[in-house]
Design a protein. Structure first.
Lengths: 655, 102
């Protein structure tokens, strides 16, 4: 395998960003082409890298006992201060491989889509520069092999997200949303950094591989607190409760940004990080992680039911699905060596496909309706925009988890995990599945079905091919991703028990030796696995989907306005206002700031000011005293000089 | 009766120096102060010449020549300054010359 390939993948987007930033200002078309070319090339390099690793997974040199069947790192020293050694490195193992393919694959399609979507915008060049820069930062997070490097790229991701949310900076709402996202993330990152320092103090290294070996021997090295501090970073980046408030506001950015950053990649970084360092969390921390994830999933799904902005519904849906992933990442019973992180990564990958699809579909709708985002001004768009409608429906079905689409497999993997570990979280998972189907079909029925609710839809037209082709590609990915065995691919990274027998994904046979004859039965096995392995969660999940669909169909099939607020006014008001979290935070921040400012004022007045006055007063007094000597009288000076010399001579010659 | 030795010269030189210093400190007239300064210089000259004579080398005497030369130049500049001061202020008393501004 080519050692340089990961470096090329990492730096291609940066190169594009730099070239665009330096020379692109007058060349919008070239800039867009450069940005797209960089990410597409990175995708192809990732595919080459991936096929290159397959040979090591099976065959003679496959070391079944090794937990990472192939993991290579390429590093050079970046920083060495005392005991702290930080390399700048790339690491390739199944986990980062899956993320590489998702980030560059979904990223490529979104870049291509943006070429058409952003056409004619004043900041076209800036947009592509930022997108390339974001891709670079995200790849950096994925490829990092130590905490410090990851943290740096983590912050770069935050910066590029800030730039892209505030892309239309002349709009105050966009500028505010960008600030809110950045500051909320900062809060989480503060905890993350504290956690990193704790880990370093406890283990003396920040390298993930070395840490893993350390923590397997002594799993409670940093205790619950260290794990929770590290988790803080994920809470901020993956927008979990209580820092979930930034993600819906981040929808102020252009729709491709929402698709790339706030659905497919950046918000998944938190989940990825939890999975990357899963060994750090002790059972208590894991319980907290799972509970936070479950709570976020439920909270966001409830809020999504009463939103009317097409992008905000999807944003809350993203929150809810991220909650699912975090829940799965936290649901691990280390005592019996049963890890559920593969389910989280599996859902991350499938969710990246179908949520990017949904966002791009929403972008297509918004594009066609001259930037209208209120779903109650849409309606009957399936006639005008058949491709968008069909792909959007496929994305919705995948999100709801209808077999055999991808969402079904990943969601069932999470529900099955919850079913074995925690009945409460399983219940929450089923309720969330119900609400997910309900709000998604509310969206689909109101936007694409029913009657037109304003005269906007009559002027709508299907988007250009540059936008519909990525939609189709993502729709295909959303349909088939469930059968690719992603969870089996990453499985081995999370198994502590060396005697565990690893089931490789079915296509490995196809690539490496046996061909279709043995791969096909394995694929069928894969497709019916959930029904055999965990029939009860599957039944519950399907029941929830059916109920959700029927409820949405009954309420919204022909609705011209939302019937729910009339029948349940109080609940709907609370949901529409997002449980008043923004107001609560505003109040809380205002009051704590007030109190702290008052305290600081007192401290300043009584303590600091005293010190300052003492210093200035004593200096002045000394000055007054010394001024008396400066009389200007020549003979005083002569006397003092002579006396000084006499004194010096006396002391020197005394002995 | 013993011969006059180096310490005797040095004691005379020290006495002369102290007299000069006393004059600089207590006298009010700038001209007198100036003369006292010359006295201090020549006290130094005496010590150097004596040391040179008793140590059998000429270094001290060469030094004395330099001092005399520099003192002559200094007298020229100093007296010129005093004349200038007197023209401006109509006084040569140091109490009246306590400010830098003329």
């Amino acid at each position: 395998m080519n050692e340089n390939l990961p470096w090329i993948i990492l730096f291609l987007p940066l190169l594009a960003a730099v070239l665009i930033g330096l020379f692109g200002q007058k060349e919008p078309r070239t800039s867009a082409a450069l940005s797209v070319a960089a990410v597409v090339a990175a995708f192809f390099c990732s595919v080459v890298l991936w096929t290159g690793t397959l040979g090591d997974m099976v065959g003679d040199n496959a070391d079944q006992a090794a937990r990472h069947f192939v993991s290579f790192e390429s590093a050079f020293t970046w920083l060495q201060v005392g005991r702290l050694y930080v390399p700048f490195a790339v690491t390739v193992d199944p986990l980062s491989m899956v993320m590489l393919l998702v980030v560059t694959g979904v990223g490529s399609l979104i870049h291509i889509y943006s070429v058409a979507y952003m056409r004619g915008d004043r900041g076209y060049v800036r947009f592509f520069g930022c997108m390339s820069f974001f891709t670079f930062s995200m790849l950096g997070v994925v490829l990092s092999n130590n905490f410090l490097q990851m943290f740096i790229f983590w912050e770069l991701v935050g910066v590029s997200s800030y730039l892209l949310i505030g892309y239309w900076y002349e709009r105050p709402s966009a500028a505010d949303a960008a600030k809110k996202a950045f500051l909320t993330n900062r809060l989480g990152d503060f905890g993350f950094l504290a956690g990193i320092i704790m880990v370093w103090a406890a283990a003396g290294t920040l390298n993930f591989g070395l840490l893993e070996n350390d923590f397997i021997i002594n799993p409670t090295k940093v205790g619950t607190l260290g794990g929770l501090l590290i988790f803080c970073g994920a809470v901020g980046k993956s927008a979990q409760f209580p820092l979930h408030v930034w993600l819906p506001d981040a929808m102020e950015g252009p729709t491709p940004v929402s698709a790339l950053i706030h659905a497919a990649t950046m918000v998944a970084a938190g989940v990825y990080m939890i999975c990357r360092v899963f060994f750090i969390f002790d059972p208590v921390a894991q319980t907290v992680i799972a509970a936070v994830g479950g709570f976020t999933a439920l909270l966001a799904a409830l809020i999504a039911v009463q939103q009317n902005d097409i992008k905000r519904i999807l944003a809350y849906s993203t929150l809810s699905q991220l909650g699912y992933m975090v829940m799965a990442a936290g649901l691990s019973d280390r005592a019996i060596d049963h890890m559920h992180q593969p389910a989280a990564i599996f859902h991350l990958a499938t969710h990246a496909c179908f949520k990017a699809l949904l966002f791009l579909g929403a972008g297509s709708v918004i594009h066609a309706l001259s930037q209208e985002q209120d779903i109650w001004k849409m309606g009957r768009l399936r006639d005008k925009m058949p491709v968008t409608a069909l792909t959007f429906l496929l994305g919705t079905l995948a999100l709801c988890g209808l077999p055999p689409l991808s969402g079904f497999y990943s969601k069932e993997a999470i529900l099955a995990a919850a079913y074995t570990e925690s009945p409460v979280l399983f219940g929450i998972g089923v309720v969330v599945a119900f609400f997910t189907t309900f709000y998604m079909f509310r969206l689909v029925l109101v936007v694409f079905g029913g009657r037109a609710k304003s005269n906007l839809p009559s002027h709508a037209h299907e988007s250009p091919r540059l936008m519909t082709y990525p939609l189709a590609a993502l729709a295909i990915a959303s349909v088939i991703a469930g059968g690719l065995g992603i969870q089996h691919f990453v499985d081995r990274q999370f198994i502590m028990d060396p005697t565990h027998i690893w089931i490789p994904p079915w296509w490995l046979d196809l690539f490496v030796h046996n061909g279709w004859a043995s791969a096909l039965p394995q694929m069928q096995e894969e497709l019916i696995e959930p029904f055999k392995a965990a029939p009860v969660p599957v039944l519950w999940g399907l029941g929830a989907i059916l109920c959700g669909f029927l409820a949405a169909w009954g309420l919204y099939r022909n609705a011209a306005s939302d019937p729910l607020p009339e029948s349940l006014p109080a609940i709907c008001r609370v949901l529409r206002n997002k449980f008043y979290f923004d107001e609560l935070y505003a109040w809380l921040i205002a009051h704590t700031q007030d109190a702290m400012a008052r305290f600081a004022g007192l401290f300043d007045d009584h303590f600091l000011a005293g010190g300052v006055r003492f210093v200035s007063g004593s200096t002045e007094l000394l000055g007054r005293g010394l001024r008396l000597v400066q009389s200007g009288n020549l003979q005083t000076y002569a006397f003092l000089t002579a006396a000084g010399i006499a004194l010096a001579l006396y002391f020197m010659l005394r002995s | 009766m013993s011969a006059i030795d180096l310490p005797h010269y040095l004691i005379v030189s020290a006495l002369l120096f102290c007299l000069g210093l006393l004059g600089v400190i207590v006298r009010r007239n700038v001209l007198i102060i100036y003369m006292s300064l010359e006295l201090m210089l020549n006290a130094g000259n005496l010590a150097l010449a004596a040391a040179s004579r008793f140590n059998n080398n000429l270094n001290g005497q060469i030094m004395v020549f330099f001092i005399i030369t520099v003192a002559a130049a200094e007298v020229a500049v100093g007296l010129a300054l005093i004349v200038a001061l007197y023209r401006r202020r109509q006084t040569t008393h140091v109490e009246d010359l306590a400010t830098l501004k003329l």
